[in-house]
Design a binder for this molecule. Structure first.
Ligand code: NAD
Length: 481
C-alpha cells in the first residue's frame, strides 16, 4: 500500500501559503479507482496573490534584472534540485494518470531537468542586444530582447511535468515569472516542483502554483496582471483562451489536439514499421497529442498491414503502470475511459470493422483494450475526432498523392510520420504534409527544434530557440549615430 499524498497549502510567493478556502480537490488512482490524495482548490483570491507575487518578482531586480549568466546559474540549481526528486515526480505522475512508469521516468522525471539545463545554456549564449545599421536614414538601431512579463502556464494531465516545463524553462531563462496551473487530475506532482524551487532558493514569486479546474484557469487567463498565456490542452479550451486573449491583445501560445497520420509507403518493411508504430501511435496508452493514429497503408498491402497491426496491438502488455513491463496503462479517469469507449461505439455504429479490442478490460481500473479499426473511411467519426486512447484506424490509399491528400484531410495538423526504406522519399512526403512536426521512420521530439501545430492544433511554437523567443519581446532603440 503506497502512502496517500495530501497537501494543505499552496505554493505562492516562494513558500507554503494557507489557502483562502476550505475547498479541496481529491485525486483518484486510475488503477485502483481509490482516492490517493488531495490538495486545496485555489480561489480567485489565491490567484490574485499568485499573480501579484509574480508581478512583484518581475519588478524587483533579483530576477528579470539579473544578467542571463546569473539567472542561468539559478536555473541550473533548480534543475539539480529537481533531478534529486526525479523518481518521486515520475512515480507521482504514474500514480495520478496511469502513465507507464518507464515512460514517466524519462518524460516526467528526466526530461524537465534536461529542459531547464537546455534553456539555461541557450539564454546564456543568446545575446540580448544586437546593433544594426539603420536604413534609409544613417544611424544605428539597438534591437533588444526583454522578458515578456508574467506568464500564465496552463498544463494538461497527460504529460503534466514535461509540458509544464516546455513553458517554465524558457520563461524563467528569459527573465519572466510564472503562475502555473496544473490539471486537477495531476496536481500532486507539482508540489515536488515547488519543493525543488524552495530548495534551489529561487527568488520569491518567480514560480507560483495555483490549483483547480477550468474556472481557475479562466480567471488566470483573463487576469489583468498576466502578460502572456502558454496553454497546452484541448482544442475546445484553446479556442476559448484564444478568444479571451484576442480581446485583451495578450500573446498566447496554444498547443492543442491532433489526429495525425502515419503514411506507410509501399517500400516500407512491414515488421519494422509496425514495431515503430507501437510507440508512434500508442505512447502513453494513446494519451499523447501527436500520435499517428490514422495509419495510411497501400491498398495492395492493406490485408498484411491490418494483420500485423492487429497482432502488435493485441500483444501489448496491459496492466499496472508501476510494472516496468506495462505498455498500456489505464485511462486517466472514468470520464476519459467512457469518452474513448463512446467513440469506439460510434465507430462500430458507423459500420467500422474492429479486428482487436473494442471494449473495456474487466475488473478494477479505467482500462480500455488496445483497439484496431480496419478499412476505415477517412470521413468517419473515428478518423476525424481525436480519441486520446489506444485506438488505431487503418485507412487504405491508392498512391502517394492520395495518401498525402488523406493525411491533409483533417481539421488538425500537429504530428505525423512516414515509414519507408528510402529516407529521401520520406523527406519528400514530409514536405507535403500540413503539420507542425513530422517524423521519418520515427517520431522523437527534439529540445532544440520547434514543436507546435497548424490548423486546429494550435498557434505558436514551444522548444528550441523559437521557444525562448516566445518569452521575449523586442524593443528597437534608434540612435542618431
Ligand atoms: P483540457 O483542455 O480539458 O485542459 C487542459 C488544462 O486547461 C487543464 O489544466 C484545465 O483545467 C485547463 N482549462 C480547461 N478549460 C480552460 C479554459 N477555458 N480556460 C483556462 N483553462 C482551462 O485538456 P486535457 O483533457 O487536460 O488534455 C488533453 C488535451 O490536450 C488533448 O486534446 C490533447 O491533444 C491536448 N494536448 C496537446 C498537446 C500539444 O502539445 N499540442 C500536448 C498534450 C496534450
Amino acid at each position: 500500500m503506497t502512502a496517500r499524498i495530501d497537501h494543505d497549502a499552496l505554493f505562492i510567493d516562494g513558500g507554503w501559503t494557507p489557502p483562502r478556502t476550505d475547498g479541496r480537490t481529491s485525486v483518484v488512482s486510475p488503477l485502483t479507482e481509490q482516492e490517493i490524495g488531495s490538495f486545496p482548490t485555489s480561489t480567485d483570491a489565491d490567484v490574485d496573490a499568485a499573480v501579484s507575487s509574480a508581478r512583484a518578482a518581475l519588478r524587483r531586480d533579483d530576477w528579470a534584472g539579473l544578467t542571463p549568466e546569473t539567472r542561468a546559474r539559478l536555473v541550473r540549481r533548480f534543475a539539480d534540485e529537481l533531478e534529486k526528486r526525479a523518481e518521486e515526480r515520475a512515480t507521482t505522475v504514474t500514480r495520478q494518470n496511469g502513465m507507464p512508469v518507464e515512460l514517466a521516468r524519462f518524460a516526467e522525471g528526466a526530461a524537465p531537468v534536461q529542459l531547464l539545463r537546455y534553456y539555461a545554456d541557450l539564454a546564456e549564449s543568446t545575446p540580448l542586444e544586437e546593433r544594426r545599421a539603420s536604413q534609409p536614414m544613417p544611424g544605428t538601431t539597438i534591437v533588444r530582447r526583454e522578458p515578456v512579463g508574467v506568464v500564465a502556464a496552463i498544463a494538461p494531465w497527460n504529460f503534466p511535468a514535461v509540458l509544464s516545463m516546455f513553458k517554465i524553462a524558457p520563461a524563467l531563462a528569459a527573465g519572466c515569472t510564472v503562475v502555473l496551473k496544473p490539471s486537477p487530475e495531476t496536481t500532486l506532482d507539482s508540489y515536488v516542483l515547488a519543493e525543488a524551487a524552495i530548495a534551489a532558493e529561487l527568488p520569491a514569486g518567480v514560480i507560483n502554483i495555483v490549483t483547480g479546474g477550468p474556472d481557475v484557469g479562466q480567471y488566470l487567463v483573463a487576469h489583468p496582471g498576466v502578460d502572456k498565456v502558454a496553454f497546452t490542452g484541448s482544442t475546445a479550451a484553446g479556442r476559448h483562451i484564444g478568444r479571451v486573449c484576442g480581446e485583451l491583445l495578450r500573446p498566447a501560445t496554444l498547443e492543442l489536439g491532433g489526429k495525425s497520420a502515419a503514411l506507410v509507403l509501399d517500400d516500407a518493411d512491414v515488421e519494422r514499421t509496425v514495431t515503430g508504430l507501437s510507440t508512434a501511435s500508442l505512447l502513453n496508452s494513446g494519451q499523447t497529442c501527436y500520435m499517428s493514429t490514422r495509419i495510411l497503408v497501400p491498398r495492395s498491402q492493406s490485408r498484411a498491414y491490418v494483420d500485423a497491426i492487429t497482432a502488435m496491438a493485441s500483444s501489448l502488455p496491459v496492466g499496472d503502470p508501476m510494472d516496468p513491463a506495462t505498455f498500456i496503462g489505464p485511462m486517466v479517469s472514468a470520464a476519459q475511459r467512457d469518452r474513448v469507449l463512446s467513440l469506439i461505439d460510434q465507430g462500430r455504429a458507423e459500420g467500422g470493422t474492429i479486428t482487436t479490442g473494442g471494449g473495456r478490460v474487466n475488473g478494477v481500473g479505467y482500462f480500455v483494450q488496445p483497439t484496431v479499426f480496419a478499412d476505415v473511411d477517412n470521413a468517419s467519426t473515428i478518423a476525424r475526432q481525436e480519441v486520446f486512447g489506444p485506438v488505431l484506424s487503418v485507412i487504405a490509399y491508392d498512391d502517394v498523392d492520395d495518401a498525402v491528400a488523406l493525411a491533409n484531410d483533417s481539421e488538425y495538423g500537429l504530428g505525423g510520420t512516414v515509414w519507408t526504406s528510402d529516407e529521401e522519399r520520406g523527406i519528400g512526403v514530409a514536405r507535403r504534409v500540413e503539420t507542425g512536426s513530422f517524423g521519418v521512420n520515427t517520431f522523437n521530439l527534439d529540445w532544440g527544434s520547434p514543436f507546435g501545430g497548424v490548423k486546429a492544433s494550435g498557434l505558436g511554437r514551444e522548444l528550441g530557440p523559437e521557444g525562448l523567443a516566445a518569452y521575449q519581446q523586442l524593443k528597437s532603440i534608434f540612435l542618431a549615430s
